[in-house]
Write a protein that binds this ligand. Structure first.
Ligand SMILES: [Zn+2]
Length: 130
């Protein structure tokens, strides 16, 4: 049986339709164009359905190798009871811990800090280069 999921007003971004299995039934869901999640798992209920973009990862050198930090992606649980997760937000994991949930404004402010940090790092490197 295929069921059309209820419209989600907060998902006004362009989307496509994807089929997912929710509680044993095939459900056709709107899926935002930024979502790259395959939706091939079986969801227990509609609130478990989530959309995720590809991750952006900054790899940095560490003693003995390379580590990933500042892992960022867009996420959304469109049928969640919690309003903050029912709309797309930026998930940011700067230190390999829990993801922080950032508004677009907070993510932009963090990006500005990272850019400023990059310029400062460049200045430090130039200060000791020949
Ligand atoms: Zn999706």
């Amino acid at each position: 049986m295929t069921v059309l999921a209820p419209a989600v007003p907060s998902q006004s971004a362009p989307s496509r339709q994807v089929a997912a299995t929710v509680a044993g039934a095939t459900v056709v869901l709107p899926c935002p164009l930024w979502c790259t999640h395959p939706h091939n798992e079986e969801y227990r209920a509609l609130p478990d359905v989530s959309h995720h973009s590809d991750e952006l990862t900054l790899s940095v050198p560490v003693h003995g190798g390379v580590d990933s930090t500042l892992v960022t992606r867009i996420s959304c649980w469109p049928f969640a009871d919690e309003a903050a997760t029912a709309v797309p937000f930026v998930s940011c994991n700067p230190v390999g811990d829990e993801f922080a949930q950032l508004t677009p404004e907070a993510a932009t402010a963090l990006a500005d800090q990272v850019i400023a940090h990059g310029y400062a790092m460049r200045a430090v490197a130039r200060s000791i280069s020949g």
